[in-house]
Design a protein around this ligand. Structure first.
Ligand code: OGA
Ligand code: MN
Length: 210
């Protein structure tokens, strides 16, 4: 039996995740390439395509509660909310996001209690005008997450996520497969620019209970 305590080196993935979290706290947003394992990205992309092809995804609404409405001139992606147990790939993804939630809480004391997420399918030309993810009457959404499912995205295909940080220049992020983007839901105005090819993603929110 070992009685001494050894410094166990953290896996490389932990160091990278820490950098991503540090960057979020410093700038209000961060991105990490190759966040999801490649095989998981492919499985999630295939699932999203199958759901869309099978008619399971619906035009996303804007607003909340009584103010909720379909406004395709504002937002024209189709979405499907995830439920635990819907597929092995979704469950793997939800476990990874739970680890990220705990890491955010440890590093930034955010007190994030839960995660909600949906697949999003933007057909060519679909977009989402500039908005904030936090609702006027519900401040539970704290950190927004987007993970992209599109292998070999080219800048000229459009579809960037454009972030508008307060007091800083806008940043365009291409929706390349396995890439993670995090930003603070309350503060970060952002928009999705139209693309010339299908644009698949998982959008999610770490929330605090009221
Ligand atoms: C959203 C959103 C960004 C993206 O769903 O609220 O802003 O890049 N998505 O898909
Ligand atoms: Mn948004």
């Amino acid at each position: 039996m070992l009685t001494e305590s050894f410094a166990v080196p953290a896996p490389a993935g932990d160091a990278l995740r820490q950098l991503t979290i540090d960057c979020l706290s410093e700038h209000g947003w961060s991105q990490q390439n190759f966040f999801l394992p490649h095989d998981l990205t492919l499985a999630l992309a295939a699932e999203c395509r199958a759901l869309n092809g099978g008619g399971a995804m619906a035009l996303a609404a804007v607003g909340r509660g009584a103010a909720q409405a379909l406004r395709p001139e504002i937002r024209s992606d189709r979405i499907l909310w995830l439920n635990a147990g819907q597929s092995a790939a979704c469950d793997r993804y939800l476990l990874i996001m739970n680890d990220l939630r705990l890491a955010l809480n440890r590093a930034l004391f955010l007190g994030l209690d839960e995660y909600e997420s949906h697949f999003a399918f933007y057909a060519p030309g679909a977009s989402y005008l500039r908005h904030l993810d936090r609702f006027r009457d519900d401040d539970s959404r704290t950190v927004s997450v987007v993970i992209y499912l599109n292998p070999d995205w080219l800048t000229e295909q459009g579809g960037a996520l454009r972030l508008h940080p307060d007091g800083a220049a806008a940043s365009d992020i291409a929706p390349e497969g396995s890439r993670l983007v995090l930003f603070l839901s309350a503060d970060m105005a952002h928009e999705v620019l139209p693309a010339t090819r299908d644009r698949l993603s998982l959008a999610g929110w770490f929330r605090r209970r009221a």
